[in-house]
Design a protein around this ligand. Structure first.
Ligand SMILES: *Cc1c(COP(=O)(O)O)cnc(C)c1O
Length: 458
């Protein structure tokens, strides 16, 4: 066997062994950060090290600092664990080492993005004509969508923002819910719009945008160019904004609707939850993640835009050495803020093939049902579930803020499962997110038991 084959097999076996261990090992363990640094602190030897030794060293050094977020009982943030075919496709992506800049550099990478992008639009209920940029995640997808919005609104006002920049440009406001994801603010900073352009809209009891307040905010500055940033999937409660109403109100004032649907857009993939994102197809741009609910390995988000030409105008570039024939449609890097880039389409394509339409629907339904199981179990034990569990997020109080923080910490240390804490409506709460394909009812029951055990300790 040649050296590359040997070492790839070895790495794959190490990865598979690690994944197998996740169902039984403590989800998180106390980490000695100093020891971890020391383990990685090998000097840069002049002669270098043979590859097999390098990989063994890496496995040994990283092991104590790996978090079992790919396992069945990790309920922190909103992360899933990568599906088998998507994981293997990602390993192939690395092996093939393609540059997905364009169809000259990697015809296969671009074809996979096109095919997977088409299936994603079907599942998410988006227009078939929308463009799709395969980006690094929700943050990048929000930046891409807001860049397209900026491009379009200024162009309509006779201002070429790509050439003239923002100094002296017409006034633009970004109307967004007060419970928007923090990445929206970072996108605005990166795009030069700055966070002062934000006009916050109140959230209703569920954490969704209050459309009456939106009416008030929109009416306040009738002459400003307007981006409305809606949300499918409140990061705390999972609530989805009333997209149909928001699109109607925004378009009536000539505005652009961007939907941050990093995880919540997947509600569209199931008949049981589709109503939560009713009207989604009317928006102008959408951000969604592959590496959350679709369970694709990290480095995977999608930036969709209803106007492909605007999308490419906002982000693409050209240079004399680029050989994309004029006839080639835009794709690849044209829809992202990157140049050389990973061939992200393969892993998404594999995840969608592995699950099929029914599998995606079932994954969404199962995670929602498991979230309700968490809520029922903890309510039955006398704890306070404070959100309406419409999707995959559950917020739980265990008494005072200090008590809730202590319970969350005790649950993390117990190691049966991992959950984080959040502040919502001024109250400290345990935040449970069910997004992984590997989680079963038994995992939830075991986790609820661990939570109750810790919460009842004096
Ligand atoms: C996770 C998340 C983001 C950011 O996505 P990344 O993939 O972490 O970049 C943006 N918005 C919402 C609503 C999210 O849940």
């Amino acid at each position: 066997m040649d050296e590359l084959t040997q070492i790839l097999r070895h790495a794959a076996e190490q990865a598979a062994g690690y994944r197998r261990s996740l169902s039984e090992r403590p989800v998180a363990r106390p980490v000695d950060h100093t020891a971890l640094r020391v383990a990685f602190a090998a000097p840069l030897d002049r002669p270098g090290t043979d590859p097999r030794t390098v990989i063994d060293e890496l496995v040994a050094a990283a092991g104590p600092g790996l978090v079992g977020s790919a396992g069945p009982r990790f309920f922190g943030f909103v992360v899933g664990g990568a599906l088998p075919a998507a994981t293997a496709a990602d390993i192939l992506t690395t092996g093939w080492d393609q540059n997905a800049f364009n169809a000259v550099l990697s015809p296969a990478a671009i074809a996979a993005e096109e095919a997977a992008g088409g299936r994603l639009k079907e599942l998410l209920g988006l227009p078939a004509t929308a463009s799709v940029g395969f980006v690094t995640g929700g943050q990048a997808a929000n930046t891409a969508g807001l860049a397209a919005a900026r491009q379009h609104l200024f162009a309509e006002a006779g201002w070429d923002v790509g050439r003239r920049g923002l100094a002296g440009a017409p006034r633009l406001r970004v109307v967004a819910g007060e419970e928007r994801h923090a990445t929206v603010d970072r996108s605005l900073r990166l795009l030069g719009l700055g966070t002062d352009c934000l006009r916050p809209v109140r959230a209703d009891d569920r954490g969704a945008l209050d459309t009456e307040d939106l009416r008030r905010v929109l009416a306040a500055e009738p002459d400003a160019l307007t981006i409305v940033c809606a949300q499918a999937g409140n990061v705390n409660t999972g609530a989805c904004d009333d997209l149909r109403t928001i699109c109607g109100l925004t378009h009536a004032v000539g505005g652009w609707v961007h939907v941050d649907g990093a995880f919540g857009l997947w509600a569209a993939a199931s008949p049981a939850t589709r109503h939560l994102v009713d009207g989604v197809e009317r928006a102008d741009s959408w951000a969604c993640d592959g590496h959350k609910w679709l369970n694709v390995p990290y480095d995977c988000g999608y930036a969709f835009c209803s106007r492909p030409a605007v999308h490419a105008d906002a982000l693409s570039y050209s240079a004399s050495y680029l050989t994309r024939a004029e006839a080639t449609p835009a794709g690849g890097a044209d829809y992202t803020a990157e140049s050389s880039r990973r061939a992200r389409g393969f892993a998404t394509w594999a995840a969608l093939r592995e699950l099929g339409r029914d599998g995606v629907t079932e994954l969404v339904d199962r995670c929602c049902a498991l979230a309700r199981r968490f809520a029922d179990g903890l309510s039955a034990a006398g704890f306070d579930v404070v959100n309406e569990v419409a999707l995959n997020q559950v917020l739980v109080g265990f008494g005072s803020d200090a008590r809730t923080d202590a319970v969350v910490q005790a649950v993390q240390e117990d190691g049966t499962c991992w959950v984080g804490a959040t502040t919502w409506r001024g109250r400290r709460l345990m935040r449970i997110s069910v997004s992984g394909h590997a989680t079963t009812e038994a995992d939830v029951d075991r986790s609820v038991a661990a939570m109750v055990r810790q919460a009842r300790r004096p």
